[in-house]
Design a protein around this ligand. Sequence first.
Ligand code: ARG
Length: 399
Amino acid sequence: MVFSLRRRHKAAAVSACPFSPASTSASGDAPRRTPSWVPQVTDRREAENFVRQFHHEQPGAGDVARRVREVLAEIDRTGTYEHTPDELSFGARVAWRNAARCIGRLYWRSLVVRDLRHVTSADGIAADCFEHLRLAGNAGRIRPVISVFAPDRPGRPAPRIVNDQLVRYAGHRTAEGRWIGDPRGAAPTAHARDLGWKRDEEPFQVLPLMVEERPGARPEWYELPDGCVMEVPLRHPDHEWFAELGLRWYAVPAISDMTLEIGGVRYPAAPFNGWYMGTEIGARNLADAERYDLLPVVADRLGLDRSSARTLWRDRALVELNVAVLHSFQRAGVTMADHHTESERFLRHIAQEGRHGRPVPADWSWIVPPVSGSTTPVFHRYYDPVDASVRPAFLARES
Ligand code: ARG
């Protein structure tokens, strides 16, 4: 396999245990946030609706009336209730099925659900996030995985992962105003530095994982250890010079800042991943003017005329960049979908859900790929309207 594994940063190499927080050595205090909210008692109606949906879709799951009584009694007694492992798996999978912005929902049933509700320490969460990346990476055959850590309880918020993805590249602006790395990583880069992390001048430096054991407290931070960040160096099938650009991207997109809400219970630390569709990297991360902004660079190497927008130099460079991304992942043996195939799968998903009598709410502006939209079948139609109150769901985090 051709992917390269990232070496552990020096700061972590000196620590005896790769999972031990390095933040204890940090100098100075990072600003503390006071949480502006406190988790409330679990909503009884949400809980009941979920239990009924679970039993409706899983007819073999047992006596629904009894389970509803049990859950409501537990809420009355403790302010919340505990999902059974089967309820948790079902809830996480349906949250994916309900994700209106996701084109990759055909495989929602195959989501691997790791029940880590007992893990509450920052060290434990970090260690299990690293294990998540290994399991999901699966030596290139990417598996969709979610790791569900402890839920919020009334009056007691659960730990949070600060990073928006488990793997993300650092970014900062030089004194001359030039960007090094991913501008999208600028805020977490600044945050990590406040905590004592040392950044390099490299364009693809992986950020440390930051975990807040108690919301509002100073996060612990951890370098991602050897062997858990799979990356693919980018090259182009026809242009030798492309490899000289030194571009790369990581294999596993793992969102870590969304709250999973199931039956009124909120899981704020529940990182989940799928596999990449090529355009996410080739038409956005590396191409957007607010990200790596590489279209002018690629266009110049292709010898395109950039004197006027009408030469379509951007469009032509964009296609070659996307060719390179798909080619490189395939060559490295790392799962990646192209936008034509993924579009067809999405329409199959809609047909399949229709056979179960279920609508597929979808957000057109997110579903249609950012290149060649009209060449894919998802462009030429409308979708069921999006209802923000649908649960289970992945929600933008409130805090
Ligand atoms: N678009 C995001 C990125 O480029 C990842 C979002 C999730 N993508 C996915 N294929 N599951 O990093």
